[in-house]
Design a protein around this ligand. Structure first.
Ligand code: FAD
Length: 385
């Protein structure tokens, strides 16, 4: 048995890539060791925003919004995209960088602005004391990460792709300087190319074929809170850069709330880590909740949990082929912000693999940048990109 391409990992990166490869006419196998979206994707807050500090990331986020919106017609199912808007509350230290980033984003067609002070009172959920600026992005919001994966995989299978769930790829096979396929519990499978979209586990898969992949796996905790009612709460997604928390609406006054940059990152073994949140983390989030968002005073904790970030050397994904090994393609290192950009990245990766053509900025995402010392540099640090 052989395939043109094998994609390892049924998160948003692998699911979307498998779909675009299959759509191009290739014969594709998608392997997932557990259930679809059982990695970081399934636990993602899935906030969608275009506020990035490089034109590459901003254009990929913008393109992904178009893709999310077109999912019902393109994939036959919705990815749960809700264009409810996105606000970034700026601390004084963030203000100058944000202004420059907004200027850059507008040049590539992102609808975004610094909200004039006269309009701050329209945000009835905000206590603006100490807020230096507010980025307004009407086209942002959030998506449903599990529905997005299921939409891609459904369309992939209808296009003739082969899905194997609860089927681990144990290793990559290699002949000289070429990856030639994978090892499974049912035997080896050959392929013209293998995409390593195994998220936090990608390093181990790469190393099984002697391919280096520098990546941290860190534990990311999140909480779900219900506002008590009686005071306005945000209607869209919010990154509160002043108190270092992010909020994503779930409906019915409930929100996913996590800690934003800067914070400590806890390096863990992705095969063995604590999947419930720490009491100290929950208390820390709670202490930050209502400082600028009075509607969360007395909010009730509904749930808390921990999942994984796969963090690259510069917090930008590793995507594409490598110069020194044929038949091997990276798509990992989402670094805690990889959900929203994955659809556009998958589309460009599939085109790169099947046509050999790639935009020069996107080519910079190849893992080759690590050896070449050409790492990306965002203006805020961490996963703000
Ligand atoms: C708590 C949390 C909040 C987040 N919030 C946001 C956000 O608001 N916005 C945003 O854009 N991003 C966010 N992110 C980041 C984003 O969710 C991830 O970057 C993205 O979902 C990663 O997708 P992936 O497909 O690359 O990896 P994963 O979803 O981890 O998928 C990898 C898959 O590979 C499978 N796999 C691994 N090894 C093997 C193997 N050997 N054989 C077969 N299968 C294998 C795994 O089971 C897994 O399903 C968040 C992440 C977390 C954890």
């Amino acid at each position: 048995m052989s395939f043109d391409y094998i994609v390892v990992g049924g998160g948003i990166s692998g699911a979307a890539t498998a779909y675009y490869l299959q759509k191009s006419g290739a014969k594709v196998l998608l392997m997932e060791k557990g259930d679809l979206a059982s990695g970081g994707t399934g636990k993602s807050a899935a906030i969608v925003r275009q506020h990035y500090s490089t034109p590459l990331m901003a254009r990929l986020a913008k393109r992904s919004i178009d893709i999310f919106e077109a999912m019902p017609s393109e994939l036959g199912a919705s990815g749960g995209f809700a264009k409810v808007g996105y606000h970034l509350l700026l601390s004084p230290a963030m203000l100058d960088a944000a202004k420059a980033n907004i200027e850059m984003q507008r040049q590539i067609g992102v609808r975004t602005s610094l909200l004039p002070n006269a309009e701050w009172s329209k945000l009835d959920w905000l206590n603006p004391e100490g807020v230096a600026g507010i980025v307004n992005e009407p086209d942002g919001g959030y998506a449903d990460p599990v529905a997005s994966v299921e939409a891609y995989v459904g369309a992939f299978e209808r296009a003739g792709g082969t899905l194997r769930k609860k089927a681990a790829c144990r290793a990559l096979t290699r002949a000289g300087n070429r990856v030639t396929g994978i090892v499974t519990d049912d035997g080896d499978i050959a392929a013209g190319g293998v995409v390593n979209a195994a998220g936090p586990w990608a390093r181990y898969l790469a190393e099984s074929a002697g391919v280096a992949l520098e990546m941290r796996t860190v534990r990311e905790q999140d909480t779900v809170w219900a506002a008590r009612g009686g005071h306005p709460i945000p209607t869209g997604s919010v990154s509160n850069g002043v108190d270092a928390i992010y909020l994503r609406p779930l409906g019915d006054g409930r929100f996913i709330i996590g800690r934003g940059f800067p914070k400590d990152y806890d390096d863990v073994d992705p095969y063995n880590y604590k999947t419930n949140a720490d009491d100290a983390f929950v208390a820390d989030v709670q202490s930050r909740l209502d400082k600028h968002l009075p509607g969360f005073a007395g909010a009730k904790l509904i749930a808390s949990y921990a999942s994984l970030y796969d963090v690259s050397a510069d917090w930008y994904s590793y995507v594409g082929p490598r110069a020194d090994i044929a038949g091997y393609f990276d798509f990992s290192g989402g670094s805690g912000h990889g959900f929203k950009i994955a659809p556009a990245m998958a589309q460009e990766l599939a085109a790169w693999m099947t046509t050999g053509k790639v935009a020069s900025d996107f080519a910079g995402l190849s893992y080759d940048r690590v050896k070449a010392g050409k790492l990306f540099k965002g203006s805020y640090g961490g996963n703000r990109g």
